[in-house]
Design a protein around this ligand. Structure first.
Ligand code: FAD
Ligand code: NAP
Ligand code: SF4
Length: 693
């Protein structure tokens, strides 16, 4: 076979002996919520079939528990009976019908189980679950091993091509490996050999049960990122033993869930942990072991994956969220359509954040993800539909999603944008250090506008007269928002700026800053102001690793050392009127990262504030005294610049006049409702409206 000219490594087959994968892309396991409940199986089948059709080499399902003790939460997806295995046929048949391959992940959460029946090597509660686990007896351990083996055998019965044994991320097997969570003094604890016994018994016995012609991936925690994690020697010894015990491939796990270092958020540099897999690969190759290694974390574009493989970091790359964002990722890369890839921006807003509140996972940039059976649009049928002339006003995320979906369906679409470029507020988001990925969404939509034939009118602020004269059948108003005026006396002074002045217009900001409002934008503006221009650690791996205290695991157990953040570029104070912790409303899985990041930059955070006035000297405030209504004496937050980030109001001045003129008008995104608006809602609303017009 001739190597692909752009991605010769990524798109080359991988020979596993008994079977061959068509390329080096593994769709990594991701909890979607579709695993939890038999009614979701048709949806799950459609979800994975779409990814198989998109060309991925091997899919790994979200985790299924091998028994009740291993549940992630009550009634989580479990594969423990033949009846359950029969239900999985729907999924495996759908994937095979598309020419794909699929493995089932066996996930035993141990002390991370969010239920009272959870078990662990020792009775030590995790910091991220309210439940204290029951310590397993020796017989209890045997029962867990048997459950893993039964689950693997049932996966084979259900038609899967293999299983992945989840041994990382701080789940049960990982809990046995480190003395931090395993304080046993029997055959399953104490020495490193005893601590790794569970992992090896599971791999050996699963292999014996499923036979040689079945893929067995072991997900190995190569970097625990917790104090007292495994030493590098222990990790390497385990990898060698896992290979000898019968694993087909070893996948990379980075960081326990309780680790306080981000591992997949958007501020993590691309491919930030491929060096860990590379280090392991060198060890195994030096020992004569050729077992394929899979690397993972923040690999979201084909050229990133190709470079990682070409550098010999791994034999395969795992991408999970990027295949939520674009199920056609692999086919687009293969067909030289890289610019058409809808890139995962690693925001976690619709995937991981959903999983944490028991909602079905979807994707901010692709609202069809997880909704393949329900959010469907087809090209117009000339025999049944009229091609409409539609105006979309505003090319922010809502307008872009609506316009391109409408044009893809076959309508004549005119997209009007007042600014000189598309993107709306994403043009500010992408300037925030650590949010550089947001530019990819604009690149994607710019290309999609061309592909779908949207007629784009930039630098064109339209009014009612233009829209009426344009004789449009429908008008979609996606005009977004205006910043809220907090009406603080003195806010017209020259030392007061809005977030738009700072992020979009690059207006000069002094060395001491007070930020009014601590929502998502207040936090982003603080991040922008404490970072020196051009010094975003996300763009420099070495700086990022130092900033968060990630070290070579050969020199520091678990790969953690003290963080060494760069000094802040400015002295920033972030304020809100609400009492309590700032940033409470930020993303479930990312809020802690924003808070930790600003704390490292010594940002002062003050809640319970009443804004009095702004003067040339700074911002005068009172603060609430304890929990009562009483206010402190006024005090001055001395600063050179005050930046207003006090929320947003909808901009929909065109709406009523257009309706009065008899035009069919629809409001979406911020123009519809600014409260709690985010790009997830904007894109979802734009797409769903476009599917119906
Ligand atoms: P907008 O993005 O506001 O777009 C409206 C567009 O309409 C603008 O381009 C405007 O120029 C145009 N327009 C207005 N009137 C007219 C007219 N008469 N004629 C022609 N054009 C017109 N959201 C998230 O989900 N996650 C994040 O991490 C995130 N980070 C953010 C960071 C920052 C710094 C900012 C400012 C916002 C962030 N957001 C984030 C919010 C997100 O960007 C918005 O929710 C989203 O952009 C709203 O989309 P929209 O299309 O409704 O409106
Ligand atoms: P926001 O999250 O609603 O925050 C507005 C802030 O302004 C709050 O701190 C609020 O707190 C304060 N405020 C509200 N009214 C005020 C007034 N009259 N005077 C003074 N302060 C006032 O909105 P945002 O920060 O503007 O963000 C806009 C949208 O973008 C949000 O919905 C958000 O979801 C999205 N976004 C998301 C992210 C992300 O990382 N996911 C990042 C950026 C933006 P008090 O009322 O307590 O003072
Ligand atoms: Fe990626 Fe965000 Fe979509 Fe999740 S929601 S898959 S992180 S773009």
């Amino acid at each position: 076979m001739t190597p692909h000219p752009l991605y010769p490594h990524l798109l080359s087959p991988l020979d596993l002996g008994h079977t061959t994968l068509k390329n080096r892309v593994l769709m990594g396991s991701m909890h979607t919520g579709l695993e939890d409940g038999r009614r979701h199986f048709p949806r799950m089948a459609a979800f994975y079939a779409e990814r198989a059709r998109g060309g991925v080499g091997l899919i790994v399902t979200g985790g299924f528990a091998p028994n009740i003790e291993g549940w992630a939460k009550p009634f989580a997806g479990t594969l423990a009976t033949s009846a359950a295995a029969r239900r999985h046929r729907l999924v495996t048949d759908a994937v095979h019908a598309e020419g794909g391959k699929i493995a089932l992940q066996i996930l035993h959460t141990g002390r991370y189980g969010y239920h009272p029946l959870c078990v662990a090597p020792s009775r030590i509660k995790s910091p991220i679950s309210p439940f204290t686990p029951r310590e397993l007896s020796a017989r209890g351990i045997e029962r867990q091993i048997s459950a893993f083996v039964r689950c693997a055998a049932l996966a084979r019965e259900a038609g899967y091509d293999g299983v992945e044994v989840m041994g990382s991320e701080g789940y049960l097997i990982n809990q046995f490996l480190v003395s931090h969570t395993n304080q046993r003094d029997d055959a399953w604890g104490g020495s490193p050999a005893n601590r790794m016994r569970l992992a090896l018994e599971i791999v050996e016995r699963v292999r014996a049960a499923v036979g040689a012609d079945f893929i067995l991936i072991y997900r190995l925690s190569m970097l625990d990122l917790i104090p007292g994690g495994s030493s590098w020697d222990e990790v390497v010894t385990l990898a060698k033993a896992v290979a000898a015990a019968g694993a087909t491939m070893i996948n990379t796990g980075i960081g326990w869930h309780e680790a306080r270092i981000p591992t997949i958020a958007t501020s993590v540099p691309r491919g930030a942990f491929a060096w860990v897999t590379q280090k392991m690969r060198k060890e195994l190759r030096a020992a004569g072991l050729t077992i394929p290694l899979i690397t993972s974390n923040r690999i979201n574009m084909p050229e990133v994956a190709e470079a990682i493989l070409a550098e010999g970091c791994a034999d395969m790359v795992s991408m999970a969220r990027p295949l939520l964002a674009d199920p056609e990722f692999v086919n687009k890369a293969a067909q030289h359509r890289r610019d058409e890839i809808n890139t995962c921006i690693a925001c976690n807003q619709a995937c991981l954040d959903h999983a944490f509140v028991s909602k079905i996972a979807s994707c901010l940039v692709n609202p069809r993800a997880g909704h393949e059976t329900e959010l469907v649009w087809r090209p117009l049928d000339p025999a049944r539909h009229t091609r409409k002339r539609i105006a979309v006003v505003g090319a922010g995320p809502a307008g872009l999603a609506a316009a391109t979906t409408l044009a893809e369906r076959g309508h004549e679409v005119h997209l009007f944008e007042a600014a000189a470029q598309v993107g709306g507020q994403f043009n500010m988001a992408r300037r925030v250090p650590g949010k550089e990925e947001f530019a990819e969404t604009l690149r994607y939509y710019t290309r999609r506008i061309g592909v779908t034939g949207v007629q784009l009118h930039l630098s064109k602020r339209v009014d009612v007269a233009t829209l009426v004269a344009g004789r449009f059948d429908e008008v979609v108003l996606a005009t977004g928002v205006l910043p809220r005026d907090p009406k603080i006396p003195g806010s017209d002074l020259p030392n007061v700026l809005s977030y738009i002045d700072v992020l979009l217009h690059a207006r000069p900001v002094g060395p001491r800053v007070a930020i009014v409002g601590a929502g998502g934008i207040g936090f982003d503006v603080a991040e922008f102001l404490v970072t020196a221009p051009g010094a975003s650690p996300t763009m420099n791996l070495h700086e990022w690793l130092a900033e968060w205290g990630v070290a070579d695991p050969a020199t520091a157990r678990g790969g953690v050392v003290a963080a060494r953040p760069a000094p802040p570029a400015r002295q920033v104070t972030l304020l809100q009127r609400k009492v309590g912790k700032l940033g409470k409303g930020l993303g479930k899985t990312t809020g802690w990262i924003h808070r930790a990041s600003l704390q490292m930059k010594q940002v002062r955070m003050i809640g319970g504030v009443n804004y009095q006035r702004i003067t040339a000297q700074g911002l005068w405030i009172t603060t609430r005294i304890s929990s009562g209504a009483q206010q402190s004496e006024p005090r001055l937050i001395e600063c050179d610049t005050v930046v207003l980030c006090s929320g947003q109001e909808p901009l929909r001045v065109l709406h009523e006049p257009l309706r009065a003129a008899g035009l069919r008008t629809h409001l979406i995104g911020g123009a519809f409702e600014a409260g709690e608006l985010d790009a997830k809602r904007a894109i979802d609303q734009g797409t769903r409206l476009a599917a119906t017009l």
